[in-house]
Design a protein around this ligand. Structure first.
Ligand SMILES: [Zn+2]
Length: 493
């Protein structure tokens, strides 16, 4: 076959020897590839005491998952799968553990590593509590950041997070490059949906900077929206970089036409738009413009939840500050003065009291106070319960970007999800928020989020029953991504 083909390429003369050799080799490699494809694929059978299907809530016990070429081929009772697993099958038995789909963190910031600034800096510099840490471009090179991001990605995966949606703060191309490096097998990490630079208006971040230098710094992290043309241009810049999703931060400066232009442009390229919106006005802008998901959504009213429900907009919970998260971070990273320490403790207690009362009122239908107040736990409880009641589609993300002393990035991220249960979400729904629901929000429902035939073989196992004790998620013992074992603490074979 090779000789005539070569002659066709060079009709008037013999092909040079080098090229002929190349063509012969190419054909040989092609044939070799065909032979390899005919060899039976290597199968893996993962056996476990239990398997929870988040979609239906059903439990199979004992269960097994048959995997072929990194994808799930079949799921069912262990005895049945054993008979289907014919031929050369590698068995991994995780004992009495419970299998779940690999977890999805649908809102994270792998390239942030915010360390709370010392007390005096917070008091004397008017650059906001976390602003220096959120603008790492000021002090760290892109190379340094991408290596740090790679570590955070590996730590996420080791804790059971097999897919993340990274929503900004990655420098210009940190997240798209890390995604490609992971996909190419150069770095170990979860599947990444990368947003590239976050689209913002000229507001918060800008006001924290030296005006003479602001734009040069901002360009390293953000794309500015200023009118509908600029909004479309920003989306196209990110498209050119091959992002998977568009992230916008809505605030009172962002208009419905501007956000509408972003969304129209993104949808033309089949990209979803995730909008950071905390206050009531921004949430309304996001709803009116037709966002795909609203991130945070803290001040959503019941009327807004109904509109989100009717439009099919996802609510993405980020219970990052729930509980004493920040006090714990303060404890480990800054030397608190004798004055600040009791103040923090006292303010935790006072806000707890204050928001207890407020939450009661909210549950009775009162309006959220027009506040820039940080929303606190009890308000969050009412939010969680109202979202659940509204029937709006929901998912959850850690919004992790902080350095948490004593925890890896993965441990810090996962620690946020059981708080949703504390806030009143049933355990199974917490699991759905970071598996099946998240996959749908990401538009990856055909790829991840469930242990079902055809999906990637992304699995985790915990020792106990996560429905009875949702904190089991914080102790993932076994992680598989794409059919490959990433972690196996019990040494199961
Ligand atoms: Zn965020």
């Amino acid at each position: 076959m090779s000789e005539p083909a070569a002659r066709n390429f060079f009709p008037n003369r013999e092909a040079p020897v080098g090229i002929r050799t190349f063509l012969v080799l190419a054909v040989l490699l092609f044939v070799a590839g065909q032979v390899a494809a005919e060899v039976p694929a290597s199968n893996t059978l993962v056996k476990a005491g239990r398997l929870v299907d988040p979609r239906t809530g059903t439990v199979i016990s004992p269960a097994a998952v048959l995997i072929e070429n990194g994808k799930i081929k079949e799921v069912g009772p262990a005895s049945q799968m054993q008979t289907h697993a014919a031929g050369d099958v590698k068995t991994i038995d995780v004992g009495s553990a419970t299998l779940l789909p690999g977890l999805i963190d649908s809102h994270t910031h792998l390239f942030l590593d915010i360390i709370v600034p010392p007390e005096l800096e917070q008091q004397r510099h008017s650059n906001g509590l976390f602003a220096p840490g959120m603008l790492l471009a000021v002090i760290e090179s892109p190379s340094k950041r991408v290596l740090m991001g790679a570590q955070a990605a590996r730590e996420d995966l080791e804790s059971g997070i097999t897919t993340v949606r990274n929503l900004g703060h990655s420098g210009i191309d940190g997240d798209t490059e890390l995604r490609d490096a992971i996909n190419a097998g150069r770095v170990v990490g979860p599947r990444i949906l990368a947003s590239g630079r976050k689209l913002i208006t000229r507001s918060d971040y800008v006001q924290n900077l030296n005006p003479a230098l602001a734009d040069a710094i901002l360009e390293q992290e953000f794309l500015l929206i200023d009118g509908t043309d600029r909004a479309r241009q920003a989306v196209r810049q990110n498209e050119f970089q091959n992002v998977d999703v568009i992230k916008v931060a809505a605030d009172e400066n962002l208009t419905v036409p501007e956000l509408g232009a972003v969304i129209e442009e993104a949808h033309r390229k089949h990209l979803k738009v995730a909008v950071h919106a905390v206050d009531k006005t921004s949430i309304q802008t996001s709803i009116d413009a037709g966002a795909d998901s609203i991130e945070h959504g803290n001040e959503a009213t019941d009327a807004q939840l109904k509109q989100m429900h009717d439009k099919g907009i996802f609510f993405d919970f980020t219970p990052t500050s729930y509980g004493d998260f920040f006090t714990k971070i303060f404890d480990g990273t800054i030397a608190m003065s004798l004055k600040l320490r009791p103040e923090r403790r006292g303010s935790d207690e006072r806000t707890r009291q204050r928001y207890n009362d407020l939450a009661q009122q909210l549950l009775k239908g009162a309006e959220f106070p027009d506040a820039s107040d940080e929303s606190r736990d009890r308000v969050y409880d009412s939010l969680v319960q109202r979202v659940m009641k509204s029937g709006v589609k929901f998912a959850a993300g850690s919004d992790m970007g902080w350095f948490y002393p004593g925890k890896t990035r993965g441990e810090a991220s996962i620690s946020r999800f059981p708080t949703l249960h504390k806030a009143g979400m049933p355990s199974l729904d917490v699991i759905r928020a970071i598996t099946t629901n998240a996959a749908e929000m990401l538009g990856w429902q055909d790829k991840v989020g469930a242990v079902e035939p055809g999906k990637f073989a992304d699995l985790v196992a915990v020792a106990g029953d996560p429905i009875a004790d949702i904190t089991e998620l914080e102790r993932v013992r076994f992680v598989m991504k794409n059919g490959e074992v990433i972690k196996n603490e019990d040494g199961a074979r």
